[in-house]
Design a protein around this ligand. Structure first.
Ligand code: ATP
Ligand code: MG
Length: 518
């Protein structure tokens, strides 16, 4: 017999087609069967604890399937054991007791998506929390999604302007980047995120603010700030409230990401804020411990890293062929006693593309935003920064870090040489320029104007206290004096020597005129 007889390729291709059709048909039949069984199958509650119930009698239930309890309350299947199902509640469970019936819905956990959500405040299941009309008839998508594959992603290439000099100048963020904001309690973490959302008013970036386990007064303040600055038109607020069951807090960021992805998939740029993932980790620990999943470090379940990484992997910049949309993430983490090497902070630092660290010491010194430049980094945003920044902010980071070191030593020595004194004087001015009150956001040319005054030495001739007024003069007159330079800066063109000279002479004149007025 001839072993090397040619293979009939047409016949094998036909056979392969047949197998593919059969397997598709088989899958359809199984799915329909499951849905039919799902609609009919009902079980019974056998155990109730805070936010969790155990159910028997649902042998075909799927992971993450929505379950309906008597009294129109909902939960989802989380632990699938052989004879029982651990279910996480999405409504208060006071009325639930042993013996309550549970109905399968055949639907996995999902959330409404669409343009109609803009301007609304909702819970993760899409129920309005702003007293507005019910959101009915909207498309619903599963809260859990696989992240886009590597081949569908493109490099981060467009900057996301926050309007804050210290971030846009020294720790720039790109669209599609994941930038962690971390710091102790009350150091201005939420303020940075809210200001970034407000600054997107004219940029066309859609913003989703997801609050997880935050006090309702704080959330109300955020919403009031967004409304007061006309930022709700391009924003959606998703709340997993601190008094809601832990299950709601746990699913809130996934639902918010699904809502954000809807816009990204349509080619739009989206920003999502998770405030904060420390509370999210705690909510997950709560449900896991009650479901008797084995605890690991700091009693968090072993897969907490996976829980956060699969969430943040969904943020990306899609390639042009897939619409070119992007999802930028600003996850927030609360540290304890400035310990950035805790379990959750180190996990998140390794998942994200950089971090903005807020220091309580700077906060108490009144240096706001309290960004510790030396401990903050942006690993991908630098490539997206507008070229004009490189010209004026290139050396600022190093000068500022050197200043912080010198400042510590200068306290112990009364006699300083001229070089040290000069570096200290310059550093104090850098710090002053990097300060920025809340909600007073600056356009790109305004930021460049301030930094040009700093790097050209124009601010060296005035006292630190006079800088704020001088900056305001620069911002007020810049566009009128140099409209073309401003346009070129915004268009992302390189600032040539002529442009820089013009800018420099403008800031010098303005600063000296300001001093004379005084
Ligand atoms: P929490 O840990 O409670 O969530 P947080 O770190 O999110 O706090 P914020 O609520 O943003 O901090 O801010 C704390 C306080 O600091 C607020 O009262 C806010 O007004 C003030 N603050 C923050 N940033 C600035 C700023 N740039 N200028 C002036 N005040 C600021
Ligand atoms: Mg906060």
């Amino acid at each position: 017999m001839n072993d090397t007889a040619p293979i009939d390729t047409a016949a094998t291709a036909g056979f392969r087609d047949l197998v593919r059709q059969a397997s598709t048909l088989f899958r359809q039949v199984v799915t329909e069967q499951r849905a039919n069984v799902g609609a009919r199958e009902s079980g019974t509650v056998v155990e109730v604890s805070r936010g969790i119930v155990t159910v028997v009698g649902l042998p075909n239930v799927q992971s993450d399937e929505l379950l309906r309890f008597a009294g129109d309350r909902y939960g989802f299947a989380f632990n699938l054991d052989r004879h029982r199902v651990g279910c996480v509640l999405l409504d208060e469970g006071e009325s639930l007791q042993s013996g309550t019936t549970v109905q399968r819905t055949g639907r996995v956990l999902d959330t409404p998506v669409g343009e109609a959500l803009l301007g609304r405040v909702i819970d993760p299941l899409g129920r309005p929390l702003d007293g507005g009309r019910r959101l009915s008839g909207l498309e619903r998508q599963p809260c859990e999604h696989a992240a886009p594959e590597i081949m569908r992603r493109a490099a981060v290439s467009v900057p996301l302007q926050t309007g804050m000099k210290v971030i846009d100048g020294l720790i720039p963020i790109g669209r599609g980047q994941r930038q962690l904001v971390l710091g102790d309690r009350q150091t201005g973490k939420t303020s940075i995120a809210v200001d970034t959302i407000i600054n997107q008013r004219d940029s066309g970036v859609i913003c989703v603010y997801c609050s997880i386990g935050q006090r309702s007064t704080n959330v109300a303040r955020v919403i009031a700030s967004l409304r007061a600055h006309d930022a709700m038109d391009h924003a959606i607020v998703v709340i997993g409230a601190d008094d809601a069951p832990p299950g709601v807090q746990f699913i809130a960021p996934y639902a918010a990401t699904t809502i954000a992805e809807y816009f990204m998939q349509r080619g739009q740029d989206v920003l999502i804020v998770y405030d904060d993932l420390t509370s999210h980790a705690r909510a997950y620990r709560h449900v896991s411990l009650l479901l008797r999943r084995p605890p690991g470090r700091e009693a968090f379940p072993g897969d907490i890293f996976f829980v956060h990484s699969r969430l943040l992997e969904r943020s990306t910049h899609l390639r042009d062929k897939d619409g070119g949309g992007s999802l930028t993430a600003l996850p927030i983490i609360e540290t304890e006693a400035q310990n950035v090497s805790g379990y959750i902070p180190t996990n998140l630092i390794s998942i994200t593309d950089g971090q903005i660290y807020l220091s309580p010491k700077l906060f108490h010194l009144g240096v706001l935003p309290a960004v510790d430049v030396g401990r903050s980094v942006s690993r991908v945003g630098g490539k997206t920064q507008l070229p004009a920044y490189r010209r004026v902010a290139g050396d600022l980071r190093l000068a500022y870090s050197q200043f912080e070191e010198l400042e510590k030593f200068a306290r112990f020595s009364s006699q300083l040489d001229d070089d040290t004194r000069r570096a200290l004087d310059r550093g104090l001015r850098v710090r002053e320029v990097l300060k920025q009150p809340r909600h007073e956001l600056l356009s790109v040319p305004e930021q460049i104007g301030s930094m040009a005054a700093l790097t050209s030495g124009a601010f060296d001739s005035i006292s630190v206290e006079q800088i704020r007024a001088a900056e305001q003069m620069i911002h007020g007159g810049l566009r009128e004096a140099l409209p073309e330079v401003c346009d070129r800066i915004v268009a992302g063109e390189k600032m040539d020597d002529r442009d820089f000279k013009q800018l420099e002479s403008f800031v010098r004149q303005t600063v000296s005129a300001d001093v004379q007025v005084e």
